[in-house]
Write a protein of this length. Structure first.
Length: 177
């Protein structure tokens, strides 16, 4: 899920339904999207991008006129997605983070090693932070793929990631008992 610039929230449900909620959490509507959506990011006020792992695609969706304006086809399953610096940062399978322009051209390919699919990632200051929920770790790599740091202490199954306005990384950890 993401919080939009205008305070609304977009939720991608298990099973692929994409819904918008008002800023106070009330259902606004289900977006007219078919397929198994997985991850969403906001590009601008009226545009979002959504990954479709089974289709090996990213769909750009205009929320104002409710249409898919572009489909970026990939050669691997795409899970995590983040928008920064006019580029999409996508987690492909378990071994590649790809930086893609909005036309679908690959700007950079970063090879990584993860025991799980690249479900959750963020991009800031020319670095990609991603979680490996099966490997119980969070990693930070630069654009060449060089590991800057790793965090493995006290993690059960790190799932969600986000950054705050100060550049701190927030990790949502799934506690296994």
């Amino acid at each position: 899920m993401i919080c939009l610039m205008d305070g609304r929230v977009i939720v991608v449900e298990w099973g692929g339904k994409v819904k918008t909620l008002t800023s106070n959490g009330k259902l606004e509507k289900q977006l007219p999207l078919s397929g198994q959506a997985y991850c969403v990011t906001q590009i601008n006020q009226n545009t979002i991008a959504i990954t479709y792992p089974n289709e090996k695609a990213i769909k750009i969706f205009n929320m104002e006129n409710e249409t898919v304006t572009k489909v970026i086809t990939l050669d691997k399953q795409c899970f995590g997605l983040f928008f920064s610096n006019n580029s999409l940062v996508a987690g492909l399978s378990s071994d590649e983070i790809r930086i893609i322009d909005l036309e679908g051209n690959t700007l950079k390919s970063i090879q990584v090693k993860s025991k799980s699919q690249l479900y959750h990632l963020v991009y800031c200051n020319d670095r990609v932070i991603y979680s490996d929920c099966i490997g119980n770790a969070v990693y930070c790599v630069d654009e060449s793929g060089k590991q800057i740091w790793q965090y493995k202490q006290d993690l059960s199954r790190p799932m969600g990631l986000c950054t705050d306005t100060y550049g701190n990384i927030i990790v949502a950890d799934y506690l296994i008992e």
